[in-house]
Design a protein around this ligand. Structure first.
Ligand SMILES: [Cu+2]
Length: 125
C-alpha cells in the first residue's frame, strides 16, 4: 500500500514537472519571438547610428538615449514616435509591416540643426 502511494505520488510529480516544462517552453518561445534590439543615441543633430536595418514582420525594439537635450524620434511611415528625455532610455517597439527605405526624424525642437536631424530605416523583406 505504501509502495503504491509512493508510486502515485511520483507519477503525480512527473506530470507536474512535464506541465511545468511545457509551460516554460511556451514562455521561452514567446520571449524569443523574432525581435531586433538597436540602441540609438540622439544627439545634436544626428541619430547614431543614422542607418537602422530591420526586417519586415520582425519586432524592432529601439532604445533611444539623448545625452544633451530632449529629442524625439518619429517614424511617420509607421505611425509611431517617442520622446527621448536625457537620463532615460526611451523604448520604441513596433513591427515594420512593409519593406523599403524610410526616413525617421527628430520631432522635438532641439536647436539650430533640428530641421536636418533625421535617419534612415531600411526594412528588408
Ligand atoms: Cu530635434
Amino acid at each position: 500500500m505504501n509502495a503504491l502511494l509512493h508510486r502515485r505520488a511520483f507519477v503525480g510529480s512527473a506530470a507536474a514537472i512535464a506541465l511545468a516544462s511545457g509551460a516554460g517552453l511556451a514562455i521561452t518561445r514567446a520571449e524569443t519571438a523574432p525581435s531586433r534590439v538597436v540602441r540609438v543615441v540622439a544627439r545634436k543633430f544626428e541619430f547614431v547610428p543614422a542607418l537602422i536595418q530591420a526586417r519586415k514582420g520582425e519586432r524592432l525594439v529601439l532604445e533611444f538615449t539623448a545625452p544633451e537635450v530632449p529629442m524625439g524620434a518619429n517614424f511617420a511611415d509607421f505611425g509611431v514616435r517617442v520622446d527621448i528625455v536625457p537620463g532615460q532610455v526611451a523604448t520604441l517597439e513596433f513591427v515594420p509591416d512593409k519593406a523599403g527605405t524610410f526616413t525617421f526624424a527628430c520631432d522635438v525642437f532641439c536647436g539650430s540643426g533640428h530641421e536636418d536631424m533625421s535617419g534612415t530605416l531600411v526594412v528588408n523583406e
